[in-house]
Design a protein. Structure first.
Length: 257
């Protein structure tokens, strides 16, 4: 992995929005509007996917599907998924400006990678409309990848499909998949990298998979922090991750020494 030519980062939970809080808040509010309160585990499990796919996945979860049938007398299908999504998008767009803070160490590590000739790509579960808010906000804080692609650029085939990674490779003129490292904070990110044949790594602290704000994480006792990090790492490894980094600083140290 020492001959990496490009690192392709995820956005929320990886480079911005510590804990990936914006989508979670929007998903919870949308389902509550329909009289169903999802658990954090139900909301977090599909994280990283294209957002309409995320809603479809949640609607097919056994508990949520059962509650839906109980409340509405029929199983939720595509019509229901689209109805929820239209509300979700509106809610997410309204709160994204408050959830676009760049995570600690990102600007410094990305600048260091660039100084060493490594290109910076990115993929996301957000669509272009959402990224029109996030990208300029991150740029104002000093973080801007060389390229980014959303599922809007791949016929709505988001993670775990590999096509956003291939669009990055094409734009960055990278010929070999084993010269690319995909870095994300969800199981969907890991699978995206695996399906593309590139190296795939998980970021643990501040991840959606951990699901804690920076304040919540810092308030934990050291032993509890260690336990939470270990649990997230195990889930990433089970999904096929080649490497685990607790922070983006660890990634920089690993690649550049």
């Amino acid at each position: 992995m020492k001959k990496i030519k490009a690192v392709i980062f995820d956005w929320a939970g990886t480079t911005v929005d510590y804990g990936c809080m914006a989508p979670v808040q929007a998903f919870v509010e949308v389902f509550k509007q329909y009289g169903i309160e999802p658990t954090m585990e139900e909301v977090r499990k599909p994280m990283g996917m294209l957002k309409i796919d995320h809603i479809r996945t949640m609607l097919q979860m056994e508990r949520i599907r059962g509650l839906w049938v109980e409340k509405y007398g029929k199983e939720p299908g595509e019509e229901e998924a689209q109805a929820l999504y239209s509300i979700f998008e509106e809610k997410l767009l309204s709160i994204l400006p408050d959830h676009s803070g760049v995570k600690p160490g990102v600007v410094e590590t990305v600048n260091r990678l660039r100084r060493n000739g490594i290109l910076i790509g990115s993929t996301t579960g957000y669509n272009d409309k959402m990224m029109e808010i996030v990208v300029p906000a991150a740029k104002a804080q000093g973080y801007e990848p060389d390229v980014w692609f959303s599922p809007d650029s791949t016929g709505q085939k988001g993670r775990p499909y590999p096509y956003m990674i291939f669009r990055n490779m094409e734009a960055l003129d990278i010929k070999k998949v084993r010269r690319v490292l995909k870095v994300g904070d969800t199981v969907s990110d890991i699978k995206e990298g695996r399906n593309a044949g590139v190296w795939s790594a998980g970021i643990v602290i501040g991840s959606s998979e951990m699901g804690l704000t920076e304040e919540e994480y810092n308030a934990l006792a050291p032993e509890e922090q260690k336990k939470r990090c270990s649990e997230v790492s195990d889930r990433f490894l089970a999904a096929g991750a080649d490497k685990i980094f607790y922070t983006i600083d660890d990634l920089g140290e690993f690649l550049l020494g």
